[in-house]
Write a protein that binds this ligand. Structure first.
Ligand code: FE
Ligand code: FE
Ligand code: FE
Ligand code: ZN
Length: 169
């Protein structure tokens, strides 16, 4: 689509996030299943439920700006997921795998936080206050998910680190 206005950029960004969130619906269950740490598995599982709501919010936002919900390939999310898959395939030790999954998860959250932040700013400029409010709800969930992953990582990273040290001895 030609990008001639801020509206175009906004619609383009919505489609990008619609693709990214829908893709995460398929990826988060795999990440939960691959997590040895119970809190981590639960965090991914809970974020899956939130992601379902986020997809619905995006559909409401499309409606508010008179657009049909359409997904547009997001190479950034595809790449982040590909990096996560490298961890899934490559890491054998469970704590190391969990640490890698946490890092992959946080990279995803940061991407989403960046995108929602921008979309909210643009929605406000375009006097789409209701759209901005919906997107802000998703942004808050992404931030909370990121913070929870940080909390869990403090324990998991420590265990992965001391496990690796034990092997060196
Ligand atoms: Fe999300
Ligand atoms: Fe993207
Ligand atoms: Fe998220
Ligand atoms: Zn994050």
């Amino acid at each position: 689509m030609p990008l001639t206005s801020l509206d175009d950029l906004f619609n383009n960004g919505l489609r990008d996030m619609y693709y990214a969130e829908k893709k995460l619906l398929r990826v988060l269950p795999r990440m939960a299943k691959a997590s040895a740490n119970e809190r981590l598995a639960e965090a991914f599982q809970n974020h899956l439920a939130e992601t379902e709501t986020q997809v619905e919010r995006l559909e409401k936002v499309f409606d508010l700006v008179d657009q049909k919900p359409r997904a547009k390939k997001c190479p950034a999310m595809d790449g982040l997921i590909e990096e996560g898959n490298e961890v899934l395939k490559g890491a054998k030790e469970k704590n190391v795998k969990d640490a890698g999954l946490l890092a992959a998860g946080q990279a995803v959250e940061h991407y989403e936080i960046a995108r929602y932040g921008t979309l909210i700013a643009w929605a406000k400029l375009m006097d789409q206050g209701d759209a901005a409010d919906l997107l802000a709800e998703s942004l808050e969930e992404e931030k909370a998910a990121d913070e929870l992953l940080t909390t869990i990582s403090e324990q998991v990273n420590e265990t992965a680190h001391s496990g690796a040290e034990a092997e060196e001895d």
